[in-house]
Design a protein around this ligand. Structure first.
Ligand SMILES: *Cc1c(COP(=O)(O)O)cnc(C)c1O
Length: 340
């Protein structure tokens, strides 16, 4: 039965869908395919001493299932999310589903909830895989049991009136997001609670999000709370390298490839704060926003405004990405996984 939803105003809030996927594994063991199952979406029960509740042993992922005009349901590079979870699990000392198990679970979860996938062009079904230390533990060590869980919620487009809305960023010079040797390069749940303070501060100042600098020198640009950043100067595209303190975004990586295919030079290099004030354009990438133009950046009272018209580099890259998802541009790289 079709849900009664105003697909034009889906927004980004959590909506309860039908099923979630759950697979468990003991510490020192491996996840087994037959151990995973779809269950009706519901609260989960945890021991109060669960490792994830007490010591933050947990990872998250974020991906989307889209419905195309021809009825096909597609995922974008789900293997990349699986690989990133493996890297994170290694850092956080957790067992992790294999790439095949991860992708299969994502497919099953998307299909089980397919009535919640918005019509073509109206958004997507957001999928949130979690890997959590759910076994009880008091001494600081690995939890004895792990849960791989995927839940979903429909998400609207980040578009307003057909054009991607823009970000007004605030450069934070009091709080850091990530440190060298820390967990900024993996999608650890422990990375997100600490950004609420700077994010709240930025939002109360009328900004959309925070742009963080490197914690060692506060001279170089790193990324935004949940997206990566790019600048464009004289048609050369630059983005900070992902060397531990920047989350290796799958959108980031894909946009770099798309831009190079279109003939742009893309440099992964350190970007000094001052360069922002000389750039022609800036944009952010991430699964939630895909590619969103930066309208302005504010740093120590200085504000730079960027062009955000339809001829922008950002807009060209965004259009190509969306065309690949929609099947209007040939998927020459095998990025699209059809699941029905
Ligand atoms: C998830 C995330 C991104 C974007 O990654 P995608 O794979 O493109 O969605 C960027 N930065 C941070 C901090 C993130 O958590």
């Amino acid at each position: 039965m079709e849900p009664e939803i105003d697909w034009d105003n889906v927004g980004f809030g959590i909506k309860k869908t039908d099923y979630m996927f759950v697979m468990k594994c003991s510490n020192g063991d491996e996840f087994k395919q037959e151990g995973g199952e779809l269950k009706p979406f519901a609260n989960i029960e945890l021991n109060p001493a669960a490792g994830v509740l007490n010591y933050g042993q947990g990872l998250l992922e974020g991906m989307k299932a889209y419905r195309r005009e021809d009825g096909k349901i597609v995922l974008f590079r789900p293997d990349q999310n699986a690989l990133r979870m493996k890297d994170g699990a290694d850092r956080m000392c957790m067992p992790c589903p294999s790439v095949a198990q991860f992708v299969d679970a994502v497919k099953q979860t998307a299909l089980a909830n397919q009535r919640w996938i918005p019509p073509p062009g109206k958004g997507s079904l957001y999928l949130r895989p979690l890997l959590l230390g759910t076994g009880p533990i008091l001494g600081l060590t690995q939890a004895p049991e792990y849960t791989f869980l995927i839940y979903t919620t429909p998400a609207g487009n980040y578009l307003k009136d057909g054009v991607n809305s823009q970000f007004n960023l605030y450069i934070e010079d009091e709080y850091d997001r990530a440190s060298l040797g820390g967990t900024g390069g993996i999608k650890s749940i422990t990375n997100y609670g600490p950004v609420l303070r700077p994010l709240t501060k930025a939002r109360s100042g009328g900004f959309t999000d925070v742009l963080y600098l490197d914690s060692a020198t506060r001279k170089y640009v790193e990324e935004v709370s949940t997206c990566n950043i790019f600048i464009v100067k004289d048609n050369i595209i630059s983005t900070p390298p992902t060397k531990g303190t920047v989350l290796p975004g799958i959108t980031r990586k894909s946009i770099i490839e798309i831009a190079r295919d279109q003939g742009y030079t893309v440099e992964e290099r350190q970007i000094e704060v001052e360069e922002l004030f000389e750039a022609d354009e800036a944009f952010c990438t991430g699964t939630a926003v895909i590619v969103v133009p930066v309208g302005s950046i504010t740093y120590q009272g200085k504000r730079i405004q960027y062009q955000t018209d339809t001829n922008s580099v950002c807009n060209k890259l965004f259009s190509t990405y969306v065309a690949i998802i929609n099947g209007e541009t040939e998927d020459r790289k095998g990025w699209i996984t059809e699941i029905n």
